[in-house]
Ligand binder design. Structure first.
Ligand code: ZN
Ligand code: ZN
Length: 291
């Protein structure tokens, strides 16, 4: 049989895949696709995207990529895990903030890097670039939306509510920045994939760094807002009470984070790969100016 015409078994599997996609059962389609790849009914190499487009068309391939893009991490809830250091309390005896989780009680999931999405190992090699490019687009849109949003409570009116709004905003934004970071990380994981992708990859990195910078700036503003909220909470409570002690400890700790460089250095909110990528881009630019 010629290599361009799929075997009967493959044709049948493609039929089921397309049917599931057309009927909107994208999760099931994805499961079928991964199973058929594992059984070697479908190819698994770097040319998977081309093979897929040739066999089921661009529209259905995009649907399948979409399902892969949304595939959740099996290990966490939206990128977060209970902090083991403080057992989720965020503090020790109310007078010391847990630095592992920034006093928030949760840390980023190690499996997915805090994205809440399936990590790169679960994405078939030939589809990784496409999946991460879509994730990057989505994260950018989410970040733009979060930057426009300013519906947090006013610290002056209700410091406790403002503080909890800050925490929500912080987690939402941090999750999207983690998606950007994982898109930069894809660079390292695509080494085995044939060349020709390098331009696209560096575009992905540049974009992730640019959007990430905006996001981190906002994270800092949120921390500054937490300082204000904790300060007001401290003023409104006696130092001897548990709430009073904690508010003072948190105020002190968050104040120390506001000017950290790189942002959140040494904490679980630090995005090292993004900082590294930004540095590399800067030195590349400097080199190209010299020559
Ligand atoms: Zn903790
Ligand atoms: Zn996870």
């Amino acid at each position: 049989m010629s290599s361009d015409s799929p075997a009967a078994e493959t044709r049948q599997a493609l039929g089921s895949l397309v049917e599931a996609l057309h009927e909107g059962r994208s999760q099931e389609a994805l499961e079928l696709f991964l199973k058929d790849q594992a059984c070697e009914i479908f190819p698994r190499g770097p040319d998977t995207l081309k093979w897929l487009t040739d066999n089921i068309g661009k529209k259905d391939s995009t649907r399948l990529i979409g399902a892969l893009t949304r595939l959740a991490c099996f290990n966490c809830e939206r990128g977060l895990r209970k902090c083991e250091n403080c057992n989720g309390a965020g503090h020790f005896d109310y007078d010391m903030v847990c630095e592992t989780c920034l006093g928030l009680g949760s840390t980023s999931c190690d499996f997915c890097g805090g994205t809440g999405l399936a990590s790169i190992d679960f994405i078939p090699i030939g589809l990784r670039l496409a999946v991460f490019a879509v994730r990057l687009e989505n994260a950018e849109k989410q970040i733009e939306g979060l930057l426009k949003e300013s519906k947090t409570s006013s610290p002056a009116q209700d410091p406790k509510a403002a503080s909890s709004d800050c925490v929500d905003a912080l987690f939402n934004l941090n999750r999207q920045i983690s998606v950007l970071e994982s898109a930069v990380g894809v660079n390292a994981d695509l080494i085995e994939v044939p060349s020709g992708f390098s331009k696209r990859l560096s575009r992905i990195t540049r974009k992730a760094v640019r959007v990430g910078r905006k996001g981190e700036k906002r994270l800092m503003q949120i921390i500054a807002c937490m300082v204000v909220s904790c300060e007001l909470q401290a003023k409104n409570t006696k130092e001897s009470t548990e709430t009073g002690k904690l508010a003072r400890a948190r105020k002190k700790y968050y104040s120390s984070l506001v000017n950290s460089k790189p942002p959140f250095a040494g904490t679980s909110l630090e995005h090292m790969s993004l900082t590294e990528a930004a540095k590399k881009l800067k030195s590349n630019r400097a080199m190209s100016h010299e020559t």
